[in-house]
Design a protein around this ligand. Structure first.
Ligand code: SAH
Ligand code: F3S
Length: 480
């Protein structure tokens, strides 16, 4: 699932088919959002050309890279524990070099080298093409840092190697950075200004994935609805573009259409949508193309207008409801998921009740819910005191999670007795006799394997469910 933070994959080591001529060994591990996992594939692709094969064994590695997340304090603490582990191994294998990539690298910059002296290499999310030079520096005995954020870098020209892929679904990044400046969020600081990738290179990547047998792609960005290509450049500079650039620009709805038309037999997904940027033409494009999945991850963070304002989320609760109503009107069976934060500074019980009542209105299919974690340098950290006690944040979080579970069960129950298309992804974790896949609504479904195989589109009659999983029986191939 394209969860924002998929706990099951946190810390996964990524492995590639070895190349015979390569002699150096890279151990690369990723934490955080899907964009980080996707970036690690770009990094592995760059380093494959530098003579590195990946290894799943930390002890064998010449180079250890960890792609890090700064979104909450807990994410950073997890990475710190890993760095301690790497350093223990380094004592046995002093030739081993350790590098930090991603958001923590960007946030802490050379602090890692100067104060903490626990790593050899610090590389921010826009500097991966500089890795070959930086590694040379390190091999010559110097520490190396590049945390320069770029206005242009989209890695459009690097064909990512697919690491630990099921060969069925893949992620294709379409934008980098974020300009929204939600006051709680560290992403605009660690990933820089928002820029879009050229549509042609996106299409080429999608077509290449189709040729390799992939069946589903997810277009990836911090805020996909904000996608805008007008010949390069930052989103914020679009107002200065020429008339011809403006007239020929591609927005997200246009990109979706291009991708859906190019590969009509592939499932197309996207993540993440932002309520303030999602437009009707995107919803209409979803409705117009059968192969664009009826599922939207639409984080709201809070149901209180006062808190939404403090968070600099540029919409009200009422505008959000209007968007939800439009989605359900145009795509009645569209699944919607949320991200929610409890205990944002100044949040009262009344604000919290507004969150619960917003959830009642939408009845999300599922969600990712977090207790507020103050991030240094953000607007909220600078302007607001983190004044909701930890136990209150936790209690509110538990209430939000419990309500979401009820709604998830309500949503899965709506599938009972229906026959729905499922794309088979892998063996079920619970039983080697069953397949696991997802409906177009992104709900996990498991069913007996019979003679079907991974990558098949199968019609499954749903006979049972939990709040997270549908259970059923295959009744034949999908005719789509
Ligand atoms: N637009 C991005 C959001 C990335 S952050 C995307 O691609 O989804 C993912 C989620 O983490 C946010 O939606 C928010 O719910 C949560 N989050 C971000 N900053 C947080 C903080 N300081 N404390 C708690 N949760 C946070
Ligand atoms: Fe963060 Fe808001 Fe952008 S949550 S990633 S600043 S849309």
């Amino acid at each position: 699932m394209e969860k924002i933070i998929d706990e099951k994959i946190q810390g996964n080591t990524l492995e590639l088919e070895p190349k015979k001529e390569n002699s150096r060994k890279l151990f690369i591990e990723s934490y955080g959002c899907q964009m980080n996992f996707s970036d690690s594939e770009v990094v592995a692709s760059i380093l494959q050309k530098e003579g590195f094969n990946t290894t799943p064994n930390l002890e064998d590695a010449d180079l250890v890279l960890v792609n890090t997340c700064s979104i909450r304090d807990k994410a950073e603490q997890t990475v710190r524990k890993r760095l301690e582990k790497y350093n223990a191994v380094k004592k046995i294998n002093p030739k081993m070099k350790v590098g930090v990539l991603g958001c923590m690298a960007e946030r802490l910059k050379s602090k890692f080298l100067e104060e903490e002296k626990i790593v050899d290499l610090v590389v921010g999310p826009d500097a991966y093409k500089d890795l070959p030079n930086l590694i040379n520096e390190v091999e010559e005995g110097r520490n190396a840092v590049n945390v320069i954020l770029s206005k242009e870098e989209t890695y459009a020209d690097i064909s990512p190697v697919r690491l630990q892929s099921n060969g069925v679904s893949a992620f294709v990044s379409i934008t980098r950075g974020c300009d929204n400046m939600c006051t709680f969020c560290v992403v605009p600081f660690t990933r820089g200004r928002e820029r879009s990738r050229e549509p042609q290179s996106i299409l080429e990547e999608v077509n290449d994935l189709a040729a390799k047998g992939y069946k589903e792609i997810t277009l990836l960005g911090q805020n996909v609805d904000s996608y805008l290509w007008y010949g390069g450049g930052l989103k914020k500079d679009f107002k200065n573009a020429s008339e011809i650039q403006k007239a020929t620009a591609t927005n997200f709805a246009g990109l979706l259409k291009m991708v859906a038309e190019a590969q009509p037999h592939m499932r197309i997904r996207f993540s993440t949508s932002n309520p303030q940027d999602m437009t009707l033409d995107v919803i209409e494009t979803m409705a117009a193309f059968k192969n664009i999945c009826n599922y939207i991850h639409l984080p709201v963070q809070s149901g209180s207008n006062r808190i939404l304002k403090e968070m600099n989320r540029l919409h009200t609760r009422e505008e959000y409801f209007e968007l939800i109503d439009n989605i359900k009107k145009i795509i009645p069976d569209c699944a919607i998921s949320q991200d929610m934060i409890t205990g944002f500074p100044t949040e009262t019980e009344e604000d919290h009740r507004d969150t619960l009542s917003l959830m009642e209105y939408v009845k999300y299919d599922y969600g990712f819910m977090f207790a507020y974690s103050e991030r240094p340098g953000t607007m909220a950290a600078r302007k607001l005191e983190d004044d909701v006690p930890e136990e209150v944040k936790k209690r509110r979080l538990a209430e939000v999670v419990a309500l979401q579970r009820e709604h998830s069960l309500y949503r899965t129950q709506q599938f009972l007795g229906k026959t729905v298309e499922v794309l088979i992804e892998k063996e079920s974790k619970k039983s080697p006799l069953e397949w696991s896949g997802r409906t177009e609504q992104n709900t996990v479904a498991v069913f007996p394997k019979e003679n079907y195989k991974v990558g098949d589109f199968v019609m499954v009659e749903i006979t049972d469910c939990t709040s997270a999983t549908l259970k059923g029986k295959a009744v034949g191939f999908s005719s789509e």
